[in-house]
Design a protein around this ligand. Structure first.
Ligand code: NAD
Length: 468
């Protein structure tokens, strides 16, 4: 099936093309259109032209368009999920859930109206907080969760009256292009557009004077480039960046119970989730039981083609990430780590058997940096203060988890963790009405919740003296 870009209301070929690789087989399986700078300029100009009409529709006028988009995604769930399985890799069931979550998020945001807020109303004066659209929003996405991460930008940007240009990661463009094809039938020209690049259009999009807001999800190093590029025109921006989240097992936890949950959320999508657990801290007394149980789950993982229902874990999404994770494995071996299980490349594609690694010094690369793959270090802690200090001793601050049989104690300890989100006795819960964002170098700004909608708007304070 051939795919096209959506620019100014028309589905068009790219100026060039791009090979799309199936990570399960490490072979080219499709070709994507690739936009050049002229097409990016056309998209920005069209988005700018569309602004006035889209904003003028008001909340009630925009809502049905966004709901129709959610309907169209629901009707195309299987097609999008199968495309995701091919381009992203991973179990089809997980891809279906991703499409369903993205659809539900877009539907949720369609129902969110930002009301004016009266700050003061007396006989003398009226002071009101009002919100209006910022303008052209550019959404730049990574390859690990192309649909849900897009939905968290799509709904809030559009319902608040902005127009949107979507740029997926070059290695997972097709699911986004399908969304563009659906949007072409629904939205007025210029309101939603899709541009695929080969990692080369970012600087143009993020520095362009006609782009008002860059909503970026990706790595911290690229996020810093976005921040630099946005400075020239003082653009608004949202940066959702990397993490190195700690899972802390308290000494009162059931090790089997905790390990099962930590494994599930550390290894989902082969560890390629920004807020996955990326290092585990267990007390000495429970250490062998926790590490052993994690290794048991890792050894039981079934790697393979996501279309095979028996598969529980897919490949790394692209060659670069695969090689990066293999480097982490080599560094962990060099740092004296013991692999309880896994760590071997396997299969035709970018597969690595999930690994549980113990015995690393606290300053090992695998402990200090974001591996973004199925290789999990488990560290011993002697006292809890030390574990909390270790968890906080990082430039990242996205999320983290605490596992305990005494939830009150867990909640008290959560208050000492310096991250944007801290979960106790659960993980991966990300309700659409709850803000999500990173502390420290894990990001700036928020997505989801009312805060995520407000992030897409400009605040205007109306301040009127009522008596003359
Ligand atoms: P990446 O930073 O390499 O790429 C992200 C996007 O940025 C891609 O679309 C890429 O084409 C684009 N890009 C590249 N150069 C650019 C430039 N100079 N200007 C603007 N855009 C540019 O990230 P990735 O490897 O695709 O994704 C993995 C990273 O994303 C991990 O660090 C992960 O933790 C992070 N992530 C964060 C969240 C979150 O919500 N905080 C969610 C998912 C992933």
């Amino acid at each position: 099936m051939s795919h096209r870009l959506l620019i100014d209301g028309r589905l068009v070929d790219g100026a060039q093309t791009l090979d799309v690789i199936d990570p399960t087989r490490a072979t080219v399986f499709a070709r994507s259109p690739r936009a050049n700078a002229t097409q990016a300029e056309q998209a920005i100009a069209a988005a700018k032209r569309a602004l006035k009409g889209w904003a003028a529709l008001g909340y009630e006028g925009r809502r049905p368009f966004i709901e129709r988009m959610a309907d169209a995604m629901a009707a195309n769930r299987d097609r999008i999920a199968e495309t995701l399985t091919r381009e992203r890799g991973g179990p089809i069931a997980d891809c279906r859930v991703e499409v369903e979550r993205a659809t539900a998020a877009i539907r949720h945001f369609a129902g969110q109206k930002l009301e004016d807020r009266v700050l003061r109303q007396t006989d003398q004066e009226l002071i009101v907080e009002q919100r209006y659209p910022q303008g052209v929003v550019v959404a730049i996405l990574p390859w690990n969760r192309p649909m849900t991460l897009l939905a968290f930008k799509f709904g809030p940007a559009l319902i608040t009256g902005n127009t949107l240009i979507i740029k997926p990661a070059p290695s997972t463009p097709l699911s986004t292009l399908i969304l563009g094809e659906l949007a072409a039938e629904i939205f007025p020209p210029g309101v939603v557009q899709t541009l695929v690049d080969a990692n080369d259009l970012g600087p143009l999009l993020t520095s362009h004077p006609d782009v008002a807001h860059v909503s970026f999800t990706g790595s911290t190093p690229t996020g810093k480039k976005v921040l630099g590029a946005a400075a020239g025109t003082l653009k608004r921006f949202t940066l959702e960046l990397g993490g190195n989240d700690a899972a802390i097992v308290l000494d009162d936890a059931d090790p089997e119970w905790a390990a099962e949950r930590i494994f599930a959320s550390a290894m989902i999508n082969a560890g390629q989730v920004c807020y996955a657990a990326k290092r585990v801290y267990a007390p000495r007394r429970l250490f062998d039981a926790v590490a052993g149980a994690l290794a048991k789950h890792a050894a039981a993982a079934v790697l393979g083609d996501g279309l095979d229902p028996a598969t529980t874990m897919g490949p790394l999404q692209n060659r670069m990430q695969y090689e990066k994770v293999l480097e982490f494995i080599a560094s962990a071996r060099a740092d004296g780590g013991t692999f309880l299980t896994g760590g071997e490349p396997t299969g035709q594609g970018y597969f690595i058997r999930p690994a549980i690694v113990t015995g690393l010094p606290d300053n090992a690369r695998l402990v200090r940096e974001e591996q973004f793959g199925p290789v999990l270090p488990v560290q011993i802690y002697e006292d809890l203060d030390d574990a909390i200090a270790q968890a906080n001793d990082t430039d990242y601050g996205l999320g983290g988890t605490i596992w305990t049989s005494d939830v009150r104690r867990g909640i008290a300890i959560a208050g000492r963790i310096e991250t944007g989100t801290i979960w106790v006795n659960q993980h991966m819960s990300l309700p659409f009405d709850v803000p999500f964002g990173g502390a420290k170098q894990s990001g700036i700004g928020l997505q989801n919740g009312i805060e995520g909608l407000e992030d897409m708007t400009q605040l205007r304070v109306l301040n009127a003296r009522l008596s003359v």
